[in-house]
Design a protein around this ligand. Sequence first.
Ligand code: PHE
Length: 340
Amino acid sequence: MLETIQSIRTESEVFKIDNLEDLDKYRIRFLSRNGLLNELFEAFKTVPSEQKKQFGQVINQLKNDLQGRFDTLKFKFEGQGQADAQEALDFSLPVVPDMVGSRHPLTIVRERMFQIFERMGFNLSEGPEIEDDWHNFTALNFPLNHPAREMQDTFFVEKNPDVVLRTHTSSVQIRVMEQQKPPIRTISPGRVYRNEAISARAHCMFHQIEGLYVDKNVSFADLKQTLFHFVRELFGPEIQVRFRPSFFPFTEPSAEIDISCLICKGKGCNVCKHSGWVEIGGAGMLDPDILKNCKIDNEEYSGFAFGMGIERIAMLKYQVRDLRLYTENDIRFLSQFRGL
Ligand code: PHE
């Protein structure tokens, strides 16, 4: 009998159990009603009573070992099954909405504009939004009481001496020319303020990007080519540019820059007021007096300057119909610029 017990033990020990199926085969072979263990207990009945104690112990030990291995593996495989079930993905679950932010359209356009000028060798300069009279007006050839000052409906912070909210970023160009020696090639983006009633087409606060180039032999042809290249880079090769004579106190000659209307492709629509052209900014050759005001030799150096409204450019690029959308923080508007 001891031999039988030993052979069952050996067989059970080499029995391979890798999964629940194997475990069930193991149970049937050893632990079920018709299994080897029960056969052993049947045989045990015929064991002479003086040997019962000795055999009984060995059989019980075998039973405990077989049952123990079974319990341990059952726990392991079933637990594993549950863990697998937990880890499995449920593809029918509704998606958790991902709140991806977006950059403001004015930020996107300002960066695009700056990148184009940067490739042409312009650097970035910034200045204060609260300006003194000299940098916003006087140094730019707006004499006191000159009617040109009224072109720009100014917000005054203080009077006599005047401190204003800058009406253009040309003030930054004066600061740069006062501090640096030519050659100067710089772009000044920033917020500007004008006392205008807020409407779809006007705002009391908007953004400009102004450019300045001062060097020897700078010509109007350089100005035209610079702006032409810029506009094509930003809007694509089909765009057309036109310069219209204009007036600014700090440039001579002066021009306004128009581009062909992107909405109607020049045929005429509401946005271009049926002219086929949209104005995007002003430009001109720096008046020699401006260079003198900044202590730059105006015999040796000449320069050009230009200025554009970022809102207007973004309106044309993204077909935004109302300026007020830029400042209302409406998520339905802002989220349309995701990924740009
Ligand atoms: N500063 C002008 C404005 O705000 C724009 C401009 C800049 C015009 C440079 C000519 C040259 O309207």
